[in-house]
Design a protein around this ligand. Structure first.
Ligand code: IMP
Ligand code: MG
Length: 184
């Protein structure tokens, strides 16, 4: 195992690197079968998607294109503010494209409810929502994922792309952050 001065801030590991790898491969296989003849456009939600997206597109050996959108609903805290802002807009026309949205976690649903509406307003042919993690207990908007990696309890999780105040994204597993880290 690599050295880490972040492990000490993790209360417990929810999903190991090996478990994530196996699940992401299964998700990739599922997407392949659904999109083999569709030349889909993966749209990753920055910044949280970056590790999951990199692994998912390689697990899904599909002829496809990649794009990113930056969205923010947090102000460095642990709860969504509810107001979603575009911090980096799409750089291409998505009219009539089959979109696969790639998100790190579906929590209140504010981010993905906003994004779905936005992509439809830009003329997307279809939208498939793929999220690594789903925290259904906290949903505020009527939105569900088409494909979710793992369900997580109502605890603040980090790692594999997910952050607290931009840190811990490079933790290779998914773990619950010790509450004393963010209540300090
Ligand atoms: P939502 O808009 O409340 O569904 O939240 C979506 C965004 O909040 C995600 O893209 C994450 O960036 C962030 N988020 C929600 N829950 C967590 C968590 O437990 N850990 C880290 N980030 C989270
Ligand atoms: Mg995010």
């Amino acid at each position: 195992m690599a050295k880490s001065n972040m492990d000490q801030d993790i209360l417990k590991v929810l999903y190991t690197e090996e478990e994530i790898k196996a699940r992401v491969q299964a998700m990739g296989d599922e997407l392949y079968d659904k999109f083999a003849d569709k030349n889909p456009l993966f749209v990753g939600v920055l910044n949280g998607c970056f590790i999951f997206m990199a692994d998912l597109v390689r697990a899904t050996q599909l002829k496809s294109e990649l794009e990113f959108i930056g969205l923010s609903s947090y102000n460095n805290g642990v709860k969504s503010s509810g107001v979603v802002q575009i911090t980096r807009d799409l750089q291409r026309d998505i009219t009539n494209r089959h979109i696969i949205v790639v998100e790190d976690i579906l929590d209140s649903g504010n981010t993905l409810a906003f994004l779905k509406k936005y992509l439809l307003s830009k003329g997307a042919a279809s939208i498939t929502i793929v999220t690594l993690l789903d925290k259904p207990s906290r949903r505020e908007k009527a939105i569900t994922a088409d494909l979710a990696g793992f369900e997580v309890p109502d605890e603040f999780v980090v790692g594999y792309g997910l952050d607290y105040a931009q840190q811990y994204r490079n933790v290779p597993y998914i773990g619950v952050l010790k509450p004393e880290v963010y209540s300090k």
